[in-house]
Design a protein around this ligand. Structure first.
Ligand SMILES: Nc1ncnc2c1ncn2[C@@H]1O[C@H](COP(=O)(O)OP(=O)(O)OP(=O)(O)O)[C@@H](O)[C@H]1O
Ligand SMILES: [Mg+2]
Length: 445
């Protein structure tokens, strides 16, 4: 212990990153720009300079954390700080602590609730959802253990693309701020692989690989262009167009209930449809660990007179032991429903049709779907959900937590596609509706 840490000289953008003092500091934009090096080196410098400081460094997965941080830091801090492998933290002789963690699932961030860190690093921040980012900011506060005065601060490294593309882009690139967010709190330091001398000298093939990527991906990965590639499945989603303030819904509009259910998450929505077939998502239930009877109760406990409920087809699968399906159990608990359709790609295309701005009955350009601003999960998940790399027509299933709200909405849009909308008295002549009659249980509930 008590040895000197040998640290390489930072490159100019890394110096800017080290020197920045704002509340939120982001670094990067492209691959190989020395992001992970900058993150772990700054973490070490802070731990050494501020006795007692508490630091948290996060990556999405454990293998990434191990390769990019645990192993290099163990090498650098070998004679300087003690590594506690069970709890994954370095404890320094001056009382500083550097905790290393990962958040594979959306809710893994909740393990940090109640803790306090003066400094938090998110390496590859665009791999984190907005919910994870927000949950993490709540623990970025004074720990009471740092002996010097230190204003809490968060550092991010990032590339374009990933589930977090939208929130990182908004805060650090577009610099569009909401509510109490203040522009002066956000600093972005741009760095590309051409700023990283080590790679230019030691891995010219890596640079050539980036230079040979297809055009859009090259612009994002080599030059850090945030507008070209982001892998976002619903680029048409626009908060300013789709999210609206709640208003009192006339009781003669039609109210639909739609949901996706699993023990891991119930995502349920009430959608009101006006006389011009504009749809308004007015109510959200997004809750985990509800058994069927409790989920049914929650969904039934709403003040609107529901016209019908659409549910995912997998609920009709029968259990081998009881011979009953989950749809039967929902029905036993008073919730009658119609089986929605499982064609995912057609369903997503219907969602896109609803999101697309078109000329409305007043001559204005507006989408067909609006979401009340308190339906927070749907609003966060629609822009975050990614294209499935194996099937670009479909959405990715990871991170799984953000798929339930979108799946539920898909259940509504495919059952009520915009092109098929007809005046109410004509709707029963629609073939699609007849096809669904076999899965039709009841319009009650
Ligand atoms: N200032 C520096 N001095 C010496 N080597 C450096 C410096 N900065 C980065 N490197 C080295 O450059 C290589 C790439 O850096 P790093 O892994 O930090 O890049 P990155 O932007 O995180 O890459 P990726 O996009 O692949 O995650 C690593 O071997 C790292 O140790
Ligand atoms: Mg990296």
């Amino acid at each position: 212990m008590g040895q000197v840490v040998q640290i390489e000289k930072p490159y100019p953008p890394q110096v800017d990153f080290f020197m920045a003092q704002s509340r939120y500091i982001a670094y990067g934009g492209s691959r190989g720009g020395g992001k992970s090096w900058a993150v772990r080196t700054k973490a070490m410098l802070l731990a050494l300079n501020y006795p007692g400081i508490q630091i948290l460094l996060l990556r999405r997965t454990f293998p990434e954390l191990r390769e990019n941080h645990v192993i290099p830091l163990m090498g650098k801090l070998q004679d300087v700080a003690d590594y506690k492998s069970q709890d994954k933290y370095f404890i320094f002789p001056n009382g500083s602590r550097l905790v290393l963690g990962y958040c594979r699932n959306e809710t893994d961030v909740l393990q940090y609730q109640g803790q306090a860190y003066e400094v938090i690093f998110l390496d590859e921040a665009t791999q984190f959802t907005e919910f994870q980012f927000q949950a993490i900011t709540e623990i970025n506060r004074s720990s009471g253990m740092c002996k010097a005065k230190f204003e809490p601060r968060m550092y991010f490294s990032c590339n374009p693309g990933g589930v977090g593309h939208m929130w990182v882009k908004r805060l650090f690139i577009d610099r569009k701020y909401r509510n109490s967010e203040r522009e002066e709190d956000y600093t972005f330091v741009r760095a590309t692989v051409y700023d990283n001398k080590y790679i230019l000298e030691n891995s010219p093939n890596y640079v050539r690989t980036l230079e040979n990527l297809p055009e859009n991906r090259r612009k994002a990965m080599l030059y850090g262009d945030w507008d070209i590639f982001d892998g976002q499945y619903f680029p048409e989603f626009n908060r300013e167009l789709h999210v609206i303030r709640p208003f009192t819904i006339p009781m003669w509009w039609r109210f639909y209930r739609v949901f996706d259910y699993g023990l891991d998450m119930l995502a349920a929505y009430i959608i009101a449809v006006d006389t011009f077939n504009n749809a308004y998502v007015i109510h959200e239930i997004h809750e985990s660990n509800l058994i069927i009877s409790d989920a049914a109760k929650k969904m039934l406990d709403v003040p609107w007179d529901i016209y019908c409920t659409f549910a995912p087809p997998d609920l009709w699968g029968r259990s081998q032991e009881s011979g009953k399906s989950r749809a039967d159990i929902f029905a036993d608990n008073g919730l009658m429903m119609i089986k929605s359709r499982n064609d995912r790609v057609a369903g997503w295309l219907s969602v896109k049709e609803y999101l697309k701005p078109v000329q409305n009955e007043m001559g204005e350009i507006k989408p067909k779907l609006f979401i009340f601003e308190h339906c927070r999960n749907l609003i966060a998940h629609l822009p975050a959900i990614q294209i499935d790399e194996k099937n670009p027509d479909d959405c990715a299933n990871e991170p799984h937590d953000i798929t339930h709200s979108c799946d539920a909405l898909r259940g509504f849009c495919i059952m009520r596609p915009i092109e098929a909308v007809k005046p109410p008295d004509e709707s029963w002549k629609d073939d699609d509706w007849e096809d669904d009659l076999d899965s039709f249980i009841n319009y009650g509930g």
